[in-house]
Design a protein. Structure first.
Lengths: 472, 198
């Protein structure tokens, strides 16, 4: 094929089992299926009813993350629905021969943290999971997207999915020398992207993040960006693999070894958008203009630089957006014109599949080291996986957090979505490194400001939304 | 999914329009971890009333639901189809259906037979005057027949073919299993498997 193609098109093409005719979708092969306790029970039950096996248990891996408590993890789960879901997953995995990393296992963690950490996520693969943040794995140049329960059953039974091709959008992030200003992280980059294109801007697209700023980011920082592609409405986000990617994958448990490694890397180097390939849409972001970003409203697109004021809905021209902003400010308990830096928070949450990796914890610990939490502020630090937890403890990060007055927890999704006991009380306000500031997401009536790990840490110290440069 | 060509069963006249999926099965029943056993959630609010039609004989044994227009609107929950089928319904006859519900019906093997409201009215009268009347739905001929009453219904060719063949989405994909196996043989050897490393 001589036609110039984008990265997304290349990965798609190499997974087509059967090309659809006319209006029929393509049948796409799935290289890796991640499973957790919330979206899988009916899928397994469907298999049972139809008498079907899991076609490729060796391409399927399960863990417990959404429901699990993050303290007293040696005790039975107190909440009945949560316990039932976790126990059902254990029974299903045993019956269908799927490997499972349960609570208290050294490999347990959030699905999107453990895939990369085990070396299961590799360039050029197709990765699915019954969870919208599956887009995380696109940071490796994989095509990774969330699916519904019927589709989970479909992949379990056939290791394929019938899909119509996505459109492609390039997000070009460049700065003069390829770096970001001090205190500006990949979380700020992605929040700025979502604020620019809107929560529906990526609908129907696979985003490809490109440009010198992206190229200079670590793998973990790239994962944070791809993770939030779904918050811009996109099905997936991707970054072309390069030496940073290979260095991250090499030596991990499931990474290719020896001659296979060389063959794999030789193949991965072809996974770039060809010169002359065209995207269906392009967006440019000026990396030199980016500053720490926070959300003020109730969707991830309602974000502004930390130095800004709470926006005045009256100044918004679009009627729907104005109404949404009015409603958001009412829910958030904020007044137009108030400097964001003066917004006082009750709780700080560091964790989630967006920002629960070791680099995130290191960055937060560096800011908080030797300082103490502002009076009345509680801070939860929840590692994304048990491995992240152990590594942080080896580095003494847990001591840094607890010395400051923060709580050091076990691995799980935790307060990102409050399916376990880690929740906000009605009216309680958080600065959170997670991915969604929807009404009630972190607990009924809870108010969420999405922030980077360093802003979270600085906020915990000052008690109001802050960046590290605000600390003396 | 079981193939279905014709179905005969007791018709149940449900004289209501805009029966949304929250009415078919309330959200509180969605927390379950199974694909079966949703029959107790079917029309749960309405079944609290002793005179609701499914609480009366012989309608409690019905398998062909005859409803007012716009059946299955609202929430996308697949549980609405599961609840109807778990209860024992195989066919719903109505003048209009919610789009997502119609799609979910095809996935689950429930026949959503669309016909003229005029015919629904005639069938309602027949079923109310002679409770327990059996209704035969012929998917080959696309006809509904009860006593002397016969009328046509609409269903798209693709869905009809799938129901006649008993093919769900997975069944359809498995028709191409040979292609999947061929594809698997061509995958690069370095791709990972999830089996824990010793």
């Amino acid at each position: 094929m001589n036609q110039a193609r984008t990265l997304a098109e290349k990965v798609w093409d190499r997974h087509v089992v059967r090309k659809g005719e006319g209006q029929e979708p393509d049948l796409l092969y799935i290289d890796l299926h991640l499973v957790h306790e919330v979206t899988s029970p009916q899928a397994f039950d469907g298999l049972r009813l139809a008498g079907r096996p899991v076609r490729r248990p060796d391409l399927t891996i399960a863990t417990e993350d959404h429901n699990v408590p993050t303290k007293d993890v040696h005790l039975p789960i107190a909440d009945e629905v949560s316990r039932t879901q976790v126990e059902t997953l254990r029974r299903n995995c045993a019956e269908f021969g799927v490997d499972l990393y349960p609570m208290n296992h050294a490999e347990q963690g959030i699905v999107h943290i453990i895939g990369p950490q085990l070396g299961l996520t590799q360039p050029g693969m197709t990765v699915v999971c019954g969870d919208s943040h599956t887009s995380t794995h696109g940071a490796f140049g994989a095509m990774a997207f969330g699916i519904g329960t019927s589709e989970v059953e479909h992949v379990l039974a056939t290791q394929t999915l019938p899909l119509k091709p996505f459109r492609t959008m390039a997000i070009n992030v460049n700065s003069a020398d390829g770096t970001l200003r001090p205190g500006v992280t990949s979380k700020d980059v992605v929040l700025a992207i979502i604020a620019k294109i809107g929560t529906g801007g990526g609908q129907g697209y696979v985003l490809e993040y490109r440009g010198n700023v992206i190229e200079n980011l670590s793998m973990e920082a790239r994962m944070t960006i791809c993770n939030m592609s779904i918050e811009a409405g996109a099905r997936a986000g991707m970054i072309a693999p390069d030496q940073v990617t290979y260095d991250f994958v090499e030596g991990r448990d499931h990474a290719p070894k020896g001659a296979e490694w060389d063959a794999a890397v030789a193949d991965w180097t072809t996974l770039r958008t060809d010169e002359g390939a065209t995207f269906d849409a392009e967006v440019d972001i000026d990396g030199d203009e980016l500053t720490p970003f926070v959300t003020w409203g109730t969707n991830p697109g309602q974000g502004l630089p930390l130095g800004a004021d709470v926006p005045d809905p009256a100044a918004i021209v679009d009627e729907n957006e104005r109404a949404a902003a009015e409603r958001a400010l009412e829910y958030m308990g904020l007044d137009a014109g108030m400097p964001l830096r003066e917004v006082r928070v009750d709780t700080v949450f560091v964790g989630s599949c967006t920002n629960g990796r070791i680099e995130d914890l290191r960055a937060a610990a560096e800011v908080i080291d030797g300082r103490t939490l502002a009076e009345g502020v509680r801070m939860l630090v929840v590692p994304g996986s048990m491995r992240v937890r152990f590594q942080a403890e080896d580095e003494g990060l847990d001591k840094v957090f607890t010395a400051a007055g923060a709580e050091w927890r076990s691995a799980g999704c935790s307060m990102c979505l409050g399916m376990n006991p880690d929740q906000l009380a009605p009216g309680e306000r958080s600065a959170s490194t997670s991915n969604r500031n929807f009404e009630g997401r972190q607990g009924k009536g809870g108010r969420t400001h999405l922030v980077s790990p360093v802003v979270a840490a600085a906020t915990a110290v000052r008690g109001t939304l802050s960046s590290p440069e605000d600390l003396d | 999914m079981d193939a279905i060509s014709t179905h005969t069963g007791i018709g149940v006249p449900l004289r209501r329009s805009n029966v949304d999926t929250d009415q078919i099965i309330p959200a509180v029943y969605l927390k379950r971890v199974t694909r079966t056993g949703f029959e107790d959630g079917l029309f749960a609010a309405w079944r609290q009333h002793p005179d609701f039609i499914l609480n009366t004989e012989p309608f409690s044994r019905g398998s062909v639901l005859v409803a007012g227009p716009d059946f299955g609107t609202g929430s996308s929950r697949e549980h609405a189809v599961w609840a109807l089928m778990d209860y024992g319904f195989r066919v719903v006859i109505a003048a209009r259906f919610g789009d997502i519900f119609r799609g979910n019906s095809a996935k689950g093997g429930l026949v959503a037979a669309q016909c003229e409201q005029h015919d629904v009215e005639l069938l309602w009268k027949l079923l109310e005057n002679e409770p327990g009347t059996e209704v035969t739905v012929d998917l080959q001929e696309r006809t509904v027949q009860a006593k002397d009453l016969t009328f046509a219904f609409q269903i798209d060719d693709y869905t009809r073919w799938r129901l006649l063949e008993g093919l769900d989405d997975i069944g359809l994909t498995l028709r191409h299993e040979a292609d999947i196996t061929t594809f698997e043989a061509s995958r690069p050897a370095w791709l990972p498997v999830t089996t824990p490393v010793g």
